[in-house]
Design a protein around this ligand. Structure first.
Ligand SMILES: [Zn+2]
Length: 286
């Protein structure tokens, strides 16, 4: 007999959409309102050592305007979107001695965890640069995933979370073609799970005078809301890693969920759920 087992996201969905935006700038406030309009979720990578002083008014014409700590807090305190590490002061981490790089990562993490009173385990490499040594540093700081700037232009589920390559930047010339390919390939979600991972800086929309681009992208994706799991970067990483912890009997019939969340599996064409701690005989459903 044929044996088909595929990971499904919560709700039995086959596709997920996530956003990753860097530097904690004023334009994040507008981007958050656009995401909130559709219930989409993103991750915002913050440099806690670069916050503006409260009440700071930047000179006219300046595009890169870091938020103050109190505005960052006001924007992300509700926990809808993820806040993640982007280093304390935005250096080339791969050019720093390991201990200094560790200080950059860990201090930002400590600052954000204290500011928000929650766990902060995600990261984006500042300027996208890293070496094997940087990856070791990041790992030792307890970072669960770290995003690069290398565009894959595909929708594969990541395996190397500390070298997490996004699908594309929003300025990618084929952004909308990639979006269309994502939703129209396997429209019923019967094949392998897919992820559209978009990254950028919200100040680019102001600099390039193209807020319409992200308005169009989100409005387009929102048409497929019932087929897409909207999640933050860490929610996707944690779900996928929990799914990968599922234990199966050698014939694939018995499935045990050792994790604290419900897992969704497509088993021979039918979506089944396995509750935390549950062992299920998937063959009972046929
Ligand atoms: Zn940055």
């Amino acid at each position: 007999m044929k044996r088909k087992m595929l990971m499904r996201f919560p709700g039995g969905l086959a596709k997920a959409l996530t956003f990753s935006y860097d530097d904690g700038v004023e334009q994040d406030e507008r981007l958050v309102s656009i995401l909130n309009k559709y219930g989409m979720k993103g991750t915002f990578n913050l440099n806690s050592g670069c916050y503006a002083e409260p009440g700071r008014v930047w000179e006219p014409g300046r595009i890169h305007r870091p938020l103050s700590g109190d505005r960052v807090y006001a924007l992300f305190r509700d926990g809808v979107h993820e806040v993640a590490v982007h280093s304390l002061t935005h250096p080339y981490l791969d050019e720093l001695p390991a201990a200094v790089a560790a200080h950059e990562v860990l201090t930002d993490r400590v600052n954000l965890e204290r500011q928000f009173g929650r766990l902060v385990r995600g990261m984006a490499y500042p300027i996208g640069t890293y070496s094997d040594e940087t990856v070791e540093v990041v790992k030792s700081c307890g970072i669960a995933y770290a995003r690069t700037t290398k565009e894959t232009q595909d929708f594969k589920i990541p395996t190397d979370w500390l070298r997490l390559h996004p699908t594309c930047r929003h300025s990618h010339p084929q952004l909308m073609e990639l979006a269309e390919k994502f939703v129209t390939t396997d429209p019923e979600g019967r094949k392998q799970a897919k992820l559209f991972f978009l990254w950028g800086h919200s100040y680019e929309f102001e600099r390039d005078d193209n807020w319409q681009l992200i308005e169009d992208f989100t409005a387009y994706m929102a048409q497929y809301a019932d087929k897409l799991w909207y999640a933050t970067n860490i929610e996707i990483r944690d779900y996928v890693e929990d799914y990968r912890r599922m234990i199966a009997s050698a014939d694939g019939h018995l499935l045990h969920n050792p994790t604290a969340r419900t897992l969704w599996v497509e088993y021979n064409g039918r979506v089944i759920t396995i509750a935390p701690g549950e062992t299920k005989n998937a063959e009972e459903f046929f």
